[in-house]
Design a protein around this ligand. Structure first.
Ligand code: F6R
Length: 609
């Protein structure tokens, strides 16, 4: 996730306005920043790695000349957070500058084609193909307008994008386009703005136009014109009045970042489906070669590892050992060796316990693989291969969207490993790949239909003293995660364990009205799970079930239920089944009057052991 901004002013300097807008977008990414303006027929650029304030201190982002320009605040996806990878990116002539938020999936092919035509690339980004493609289009047809050249260019892009393009060829325009990355336009009497998000221009205007997927917009001193990318036809859309306070605007109208991030999951899952296949394959190759594989992480990331161990076992027939990072050195530090591989999962890439495990593994010559949301973090620097999960910054302390993205990446790696090892048929592969592709829509449907239900259940159980979270098989990982969410933000003591363990001790806690949450996908564990529900009911427990739509048998046993669409394969089930639990935890925190974004005693990144 990155932030883009652009403005065409009737008069005055664009640079300070771009700088202020980027500060408002900093929550979308903050590893590098850049601006480009047009002045006297020349492109002027400043960019560097580092946070906006740091870069401003060194380069002064306010003194670029010109009344038109674009800016970018970056969250690295392709290419490390270095000056050379910071946006704007330019073509060979240095006359076209582009800022981009999104992922161009076919950039490798496009880059090769452009290099064959003599284009020279400076960065490792996917974005850089865009200015070169525009340049190539104009070279082939010099009479084209900038708008038509951008139209032709974006028709060749696969993936997601919100772009803003400026060029010395038409120095009074910004051409923007959108597909699956947000883009909004702001207007007032003195200027027109484009941005990834409304807060960027909210101090300047509250009149905004939302740009839809597949649309291009031209900003000029005359205002804005929207066209459809498919057929260039003009779209008429009037600005809307936005009545958000600046506080609400940063959260896009949601009361808390956590709720916003729960709602962002469909978009984040779509991004994980755009990962470069090469890295997924590389990771699968390393796992295939390993004599023993440890999956190492803390907290929510550990729960992703736990679920992944079922995926690797069930799909690729590979035994892996999920280990809580703070225990790794004690438990395995002496035995880990050159034949061991540790796949380390960390949203932040900076968790001290996780990095201590990595250090121990490296000292003993083991192979370290990484999965993280923070490109440029320590984990990316010490991993032999790493995958950036591309969830965008997560601000709520409780991990939500990063968990489901981690699971999606792990499922993709497990599938590739299974293929490599010949453990799944082509039909099975195709079936699972199709289901994985549909998960963003499934999660979207769950949020739409179950949020109200979660709210009601939270209201009813807000005074409960303790909760159990139970599942079997891969759903025990979902249970652990549901329990962690409820405990950390609603401060409700909760216990999770594989449901089969009940009668080995914990069931003694159960008495009349004791709430027990069961995760009940229709998989091979269902019959025994129903037995576990019955044993809880017999002792007076109140059953809250997360069930498949139409599962009347479990619905009849349950006091409350939340539903998930039918037909989710077992190995993918933690992704949709955790979503109602995230919503339940969120609304429990609200009912109890706690701020879910900043739970007491916790920090987003735990850099001490
Ligand atoms: C829980 C949560 C924490 C983190 C844990 C690991 O909601 O956010 O449990 O999952 O501190 O953090 P990372 O993934 O950054 O290593």
């Amino acid at each position: 996730m990155c932030g883009i901004f652009g403005c065409v002013l009737n008069d005055g300097n664009a640079a300070p306005i771009i700088h202020a807008a980027l500060k408002k977008l900093e929550y979308r990414g903050y590893d590098s920043v850049g601006e480009a303006t047009l002045h006297n027929g020349e492109l002027c650029i400043k960019k560097d790695q580092g946070k906006i304030d740091e870069v401003h201190k060194i380069h002064n982002l306010d003194d670029l000349p010109g009344n038109l320009g674009v800016g970018h605040t970056r969250w690295a996806t392709h290419g490390a957070p270095l000056e050379v990878n910071a946006h704007p990116h330019v073509d060979c002539s240095g006359g076209i500058a582009v800022v981009h938020n999104g992922i161009i999936e076919n950039f490798v092919e496009l880059k090769l084609e452009l290099e064959n035509h003599g284009h020279v690339f400076k960065s490792k980004t996917d974005t850089e193909v865009i200015p070169h493609l525009i340049e190539e289009t104009l070279k082939a047809n010099p009479s084209l307008s900038l708008t038509d050249a951008v139209l032709e260019t974006v028709r060749k892009l696969d993936g997601s994008y919100a772009i803003a393009v400026i060029s010395t060829k038409e120095p009074d325009k910004i051409v923007c386009a959108r597909y699956e990355s947000p883009l909004v336009i702001g207007v007032n009497e003195n200027a027109v703005y484009c941005a990834s998000d409304i807060p960027a221009f909210l101090p300047l205007t509250n009149r905004a136009v939302i740009i839809e997927d597949g649309e291009l917009v031209v900003l000029s001193p005359e205002g804005f014109e929207i066209r459809k990318i498919a057929d260039s036809s003009v779209v008429v859309r009037e600005p809307k009045l936005i009545d958000w306070t600046p506080q609400m605007a940063v959260k896009q109208g949601y009361p808390h970042f956590m709720l916003k991030e729960i709602h962002e999951q469909p978009a984040c899952l779509r991004n994980t489906l755009r990962l470069q296949e090469h890295y997924l394959d590389l990771m699968a190759t390393f796992l295939d070669r390993a004599r023993e594989v440890f999956l190492v992480a803390c907290g929510t990331s550990y729960h992703a590892c736990l679920a992944a161990s079922y995926m690797f076992s069930k799909l690729a027939f590979l035994a892996t050992y999920p280990v809580i990072a703070s225990e790794f050195v004690e438990q395995h530090g002496k035995s880990v060796n050159i034949d061991s591989t540790i796949l380390t999962v960390s949203q932040s890439g900076e968790t001290a316990d996780t990095l201590a495990s990595v250090n121990c593994a490296r000292e003993r010559a083991a192979t370290v693989l990484g999965l993280t949301n923070a490109i440029g973090s320590t984990l990316t620097r010490v991993s032999r291969v790493y995958i950036g999960q591309q969830s965008g910054p997560e601000i709520g302390v409780a991990a939500t969207k990063t968990f489901t993205s981690q699971l999606s990446v792990m499922a993709q790696v497990a599938l590739r490993l299974a293929k490599k090892r010949g453990k799944v048929s082509q039909d099975e592969m195709d079936f699972l790949a199709e289901k994985l592709d549909k998960l963003p829509d499934t999660v979207e449907a769950i949020i739409q239909t179950q949020e109200e239900k979660a709210k009601q259940i939270a209201k009813k159980y807000k005074d409960a003293k303790t909760f159990f979270f139970l599942g079997r098989g891969i759903s025990s990982a979902t249970a652990y995660e549901g329990r962690l969410k409820l405990m950390e933000i609603a401060y409700v003591p909760s216990i999770a364990f594989p449901a089969g363990e009940s009668k080995h001790g914990p069931i003694s806690l159960v008495e009349q009205g004791f709430p027990v949450v069961f995760i009940c996908p229709k998989d091979g564990t269902r019959r025994t799970l129903i037995g576990n529900i019955m044993e809880m009911k017999a002792r007076g427990a109140s059953i809250i079930a997360v069930v498949e739509e139409g599962d009347e048998e479990i619905k009849k046993l349950a006091d409350e239920y939340m539903e998930v669409p039918k037909g989710i394969p077992e190995v993918l089930s933690p992704i949709p089944y955790v979503v109602p639990l995230q919503l339940l935890a969120y609304y429990m925190a609200i009912e109890k009057g706690h701020n879910p974004d900043t739970p007491r005693n916790l920090a987003k990144s735990v850099t001490v052991k």
